[in-house]
Design a protein around this ligand. Structure first.
Ligand SMILES: [Zn+2]
Length: 296
């Protein structure tokens, strides 16, 4: 009987701890319809591969759109169809501004107009599907470059009904993507390097999180809708699963109280929110140890 009780208690503790410390991550993809300025057909192929991988891992995601890309080279209806395919797969869309300018170097009024202009199509697609359109991701993660500008812009976002989409994990995908376009014959090696780098970055951010919070917080992974992710998405999702992550929505991640930490980092340079919080607390993390991509 006692033995039974001990086993039951052990199971209960394991279950409770398992629940409390489950690793969770939200997937976010920037620069939709695609980071590459290629034909609508090629953009469609990139997005189809990403969406299929997400579906096979039952992973929710949000795609942040630059609506200027829908019209800049024609094929507008084909590109809108790409956005529609995200909604059809029950994935979400958010606002990444119309033009993808940096907030710190753009006049505030112009930038705010660019946010409004950037919601025209995506918002309607989301609303037509009965989904709430409310997330905003800063281009380059540039939040303004000064306290004054950031405060004014944050106020604007709030009035407009937006919630800022932070990012804690950045695996430098766009750098590997640029390398892949430069050297397509080395595809296999570049993807391998990208996956290895992703592992190193996961370990680094988890270590930082433990050091700062005494636990691994729920994470937001910054990715882009681009060629390398479309080719590596199955492997990337497998890698995150092997790290123990469950894929959850951005809403679910932002329930973590870590996201209400104060952030007094006012520099324009885009950094992980872990860096922002660490900077605000007085820097206990050695950021010089943050892994650099292995690129030629
Ligand atoms: Zn972007």
């Amino acid at each position: 009987m006692l033995r039974m009780k001990i086993i039951t208690s052990a199971l209960l503790i394991a279950f409770t701890c398992g629940m409390a410390y489950a690793k969770e991550i939200a997937l976010t993809f920037d620069d939709l319809p695609a980071q590459e300025d290629v034909s609508a057909q090629e953009q469609k192929e990139i997005n189809d591969r990403i969406l299929n991988s997400l579906q096979s891992f039952n992973a929710p995601a949000i795609g942040f759109v630059n609506e200027s890309k829908l019209t800049n080279k024609g094929e507008t209806s084909e590109k809108i169809a790409i956005l529609k395919s995200w909604i059809d797969k029950r994935q979400c869309l958010g606002n990444h501004t119309y033009s993808h300018n940096a907030l710190s170097t753009t006049d505030l009024d112009d930038f705010q107009n660019d946010v409004i202009k950037g919601a025209m199509i995506s918002k309607e697609l989301m609303h037509n599907a009965g989904l709430s359109y409310r997330y905003f991701r800063h281009p380059y993660l540039d939040t303004g470059g000064s306290k004054e500008k950031r405060d004014l812009f944050d106020k604007f976002l709030k009035i407009q009904g937006y919630v800022i989409a932070p990012a804690t994990i950045d695996t430098d995908d766009w750098k590997f993507n640029r390398e892949l376009h430069k050297n397509p014959n080395a595809k296999k090696q570049i993807i391998q390097n990208y996956l290895e780098h992703t592992k190193r970055k996961f370990r680094f951010y988890e270590h930082a999180s433990h050091k700062m919070f005494g636990r691994n917080i729920k994470h937001v992974w910054l990715l882009h809708a681009n060629l390398i992710n479309s080719l590596a998405m199955d492997d990337l999702l497998k890698l995150a699963s092997e790290f123990g992550y469950k894929f959850v929505s951005l809403d679910a991640v932002l329930n973590d109280k870590a996201y209400s930490e104060p952030d007094y980092y006012y520099d324009a340079f885009g950094v992980s929110w872990l860096y922002r919080w660490d900077y605000t607390r007085g820097k206990i993390i050695d950021w010089s140890q943050e892994p650099e991509p292995n690129l030629s």
